[in-house]
Design a binder for this molecule. Structure first.
Ligand code: PMP
Length: 288
């Protein structure tokens, strides 16, 4: 497998970074997860824009232009003969010294991995998924804004561990006010009385690219949508519920905290979102 490292493709056995890289020492870096469908990179520009915003927020100056990174992403996919897959783009603060100061970190590192992806089984889309609310809260935006897609994922990993210990694949994370923020790697949407509602970024949600696509689909389907604070009660009594994410796409949720959502089967409106999403990924994207 070929990995893009800084400005060139190298064999995966040669793809190495320093143990003094602050990405490793402190989780000081940012990343993107991007999908390749049928030889086209889905929403590449939106992912690279979010990467730039994450970099700006953590004051990491990337020495590459958006076009250079886009070209590198496509080159990595081509070098690995991929038509469908998952692209992990990582930018670290680079090699520095022990200690938090970034002053010695002179050269950010760009890593692009393009590989096949372990997808959710099709039965999750057909039968829906059961999830649970876990105790670990989403980071307070005043501490580390969840809009920054940073290498600091311990918060989400703890929530994922809690869910998996109880036999669940995904978990709802609340913010420190007790409102629903998002899941460990997905955004949350409810449909109630014909309206689509999702937590705002200020409530601790990542500005998901799939989330934006779901909002575009809502416009296409003529379904009114808004961002709002959501309680667990709002989730429990929702008519339908679904999650969005680059890896997960659009997954129907049929049970939350042992309460059935709607009639306990994937909802009809959710099915229309999934259908439109799958149509979009088959016709949109940056060709390799
Ligand atoms: N929230 C979190 C915490 C995530 O890590 C992700 C990405 N896996 C998402 C939401 C969904 O974002 P996107 O649609 O851009 O993949």
């Amino acid at each position: 497998m070929k990995i893009f490292l800084n400005d060139t493709l190298v064999d995966s056995t040669e793809a190495k970074i320093s143990v003094f890289d602050h990405g490793l020492l402190y989780g000081d870096g940012i990343f993107e997860g991007i999908r390749l469908y049928n030889g086209c990179v889905f929403k590449l520009d939106a992912h690279l824009e979010r990467l730039e915003y994450s970099a700006k927020a953590i004051m990491l100056k990337m020495p590459w232009s958006r076009q250079e990174i886009a070209d590198a992403v496509c080159e990595t996919c081509r070098a690995n003969n991929l038509k469908d897959g998952y692209i992990r783009l990582v930018v670290t603060r680079g090699e520095g010294s022990l200690g938090l100061s970034i002053q010695n970190c002179k050269r950010p590192q760009l890593i692009i991995i393009a590989d096949t992806i372990q997808l959710y089984p099709e039965e999750f889309y057909e039968n829906g998924l059961s999830i649970i609310t876990v105790p670990t809260r989403r980071c307070n935006p005043a501490a580390l804004p969840p809009s920054v897609k940073s290498l600091n994922y311990l918060n989400n990993i703890l929530a994922k561990i809690e869910a998996q210990h109880l036999g669940y694949h995904e978990a709802i994370m609340l913010n420190d006010q007790g409102y629903v923020a998002e899941c460990t790697g997905d955004n949350v949407f409810i449909i109630h009385k014909g309206e689509l509602i999702t937590p705002a970024a200020s409530a601790g949600a990542l500005k998901g690219i799939t989330r934006d696509t779901a909002l575009e689909i809502a416009d296409e389907l003529g379904i009114p949508w808004r961002e709002a604070n959501m309680t667990r009660y709002d989730v429990w009594v929702a008519d339908e519920l679904f999650l969005t994410g680059t890896a997960a796409e659009i997954v129907p949720i049929v049970e939350v905290d042992a309460r059935s959502i709607g009639n306990g089967k994937p909802g009809a409106i959710t099915a229309r979102f999934l259908e439109s999403f799958r149509r979009r990924v088959s016709v949109e994207g940056t060709m390799l």
